[in-house]
Design a protein around this ligand. Structure first.
Ligand code: GLV
Ligand code: MN
Ligand code: MN
Length: 506
């Protein structure tokens, strides 16, 4: 079974006449309601697909670097990106503002401003040499869906406020501390983070101040949302893995997000002349770092060989780690970094992720033990700093179910073709009930992790090509962008509009 994009069922001239008659007979029914019903049945490719894709491309050009995409926390390009997103929020009929952590917000209060709000978000920062979908997809699909509601006159009829947040930092590239934006909104960002500095000595506080945003230990909590005012959080994100593509399906929901730890390992040795110091007399931090990286790789490939204490393998830990444990060294610095000098110091990052928090801790413990053993044997001094920790986060089953039915409804709206390539002739609800929406785990970190400390969260994954992400090769097809927009639209209808205003597919 596969999805096929069926033509939007535009109302026939006869149905126009009938609705006009209906409106005359029902003077108290608002014309927006009748128009909405027709409009929402359309698939809105001009907004949910064409415009959304054009915006992804446009945002993907907002970069600090020449020739590749790089937009780290509070860089000049990230401020330009935030301004652009703000204009799109206004275009969707939302009231906008930027908070003290640089997050860009767009909100519609709807009918009941004191009701708990639905938050929808993702991040506007990128990694270095990034693709255009990671983060941006979630912001743009949410804004497209709200724009469809707005042009159908539905935004002021929302039964609860809806707010889109473009978070200022999820990747943690500049300060090595991820989720600066969403953790501040969730109220779990430690004040000490304000004084962490980047490679050129600028602090988080200084980076914000450069963009005229004043944040201090005293006012950081102003960014935090009161959990009593929030109903839930959803996030659309490209899958960044190959599962949906392998299954041949555009959308899936997320069950949980792997926990992660980021370490910085510094190895100090004896700096010297590459031509004169005999090999046996060296205390070379580069060779030690290389050995440590191989130790890490072996440990994470075969945890069962290492997590054995007193001859007793921790079977449950190993089992729960298998399949989800991944470890990466992504960055390395050497001093003084010259080809004819034995380095004096080498530092590198370690990124460790697993679904099982205790298992991740066991790996970190074992790695630290090995680091001290190897460094002792090589007579170099090693320091391990813990830069970032995030526990695995579970998505809320009930909210996820609603997102799942919205994804199925999106499938039902454009139809399904059977294995013989024939269009199915079943009713939309019937098709929706048959649309498979798989449930996946996420190895990548997401703002939803931080937001899970504030409220219930759910995530929708969108198929990507080859499972590739954090690369300019990252790609989501135009039709899948559309599918994601339709799913958000269906979710908004089902959770924020009264049943008589929405097509209720639940
Ligand atoms: C963010 O994309 C991460 O998982 O590192
Ligand atoms: Mn990313
Ligand atoms: Mn991301």
């Amino acid at each position: 079974m596969a999805y096929a994009y069926l033509q939007c069922q535009l109302p026939s001239p006869l149905s126009f006449l009938l609705s006009a008659l209906f409106l005359l007979l029902l003077p108290f029914s608002s014309s927006a309601d009748a128009g909405f019903s027709e409009g929402i049945n359309c698939l809105h490719p001009e907004i949910l697909k064409d415009e959304a894709v054009a915006r992804l491309v446009e945002l993907g050009k907002v970069s600090d670097a020449e020739g590749y995409l790089e937009r780290v926390f509070q860089s000049p390009a990230s401020v330009r990106a935030g301004n652009l997103i703000r204009t799109w929020m206004e275009d969707a009929g939302l009231k906008t503002w930027v908070d003290r952590m640089g997050n860009v917000h767009g909100r519609s209060e709807g009918l009941n401003p004191s009701e708990k709000a639905l938050l929808i978000g993702s991040h506007l920062d990128t990694v270095v040499d990034a693709g255009i979908f990671d983060g941006a997809l979630g912001i743009i699909t949410a804004l497209s869906a709200l724009k469809v509601l707005n042009i159908n006159g539905m935004l002021e009829k929302l039964k609860r406020p809806v707010e889109v947040i473009a978070f200022s930092d999820e990747e943690g590239v500049r300060f090595q501390s991820t989720f600066l934006g969403s953790a501040a909104v969730a109220g779990v960002l430690p004040v000490s983070v304000l004084h962490v500095h980047d490679k050129s000595g600028v602090t988080v506080q200084g980076a914000l101040r450069k963009n005229s945003i004043e944040i201090s230990e005293e006012n950081l909590l102003e960014v935090k949302y009161d959990p009593e005012t929030v109903w839930g959080y959803i996030e659309v994100h490209m899958e960044q893995g190959p599962v949906l593509e392998t299954l041949g399906l555009p959308l899936g929901v997320v069950k949980g997000i792997a926990g992660q730890t980021r370490l910085k390992v510094t190895v100090k040795g004896q700096q010297g002349h590459a031509g004169t110091v005999p090999m046996k007399m060296r205390r070379d931090p580069m060779a030690a770092a290389a050995e440590l990286m191989v130790v890490l790789e072996n440990l994470c490939k075969q945890p069962e060989d290492y997590l054995a204490y007193d001859g007793q393998c921790l079977e449950s830990t190993v089992q729960s780690l298998s399949g989800s444990l991944v470890c990466t060294v992504g960055e390395i610095w050497t001093w003084p970094s010259a080809s004819n000098v034995i380095p004096g110091q080498v530092s590198f990052t370690v990124d460790i992720r697993a679904m099982d928090d205790l298992g991740r801790e066991a790996i970190i413990y074992e790695l630290s033990r090995k680091i001290h053993q190897v460094c002792g044997e090589r007579s170099v001094v090693c320091l391990v700093e813990r830069k970032h920790d995030a526990k695995a986060a579970a998505c809320d089953p009930e909210l996820s179910l609603k997102l799942k039915s919205a994804a199925a409804a999106a499938g039902g709206r454009w139809g399904v073709i059977d294995d013989n390539g024939k269009e199915e002739s079943r009713a939309v609800d019937e098709v929706a009930a048959a649309v498979p929406v798989p449930v996946l785990m996420s190895g990548a970190g997401h703002d939803a992790m931080a937001m899970s400390k504030l409220t219930k969260v759910a995530m929708l994954f969108v198929r990507c090509r080859g499972g590739v992400s954090h690369s300019p090769e990252e790609h989501v097809s135009e039709d899948d962008v559309w599918a994601a927009g339709l799913a958000v639209l269906a979710f908004l209808e089902n959770t924020t509009l009264s049943p008589h205003l929405s097509n209720n597919y639940e």
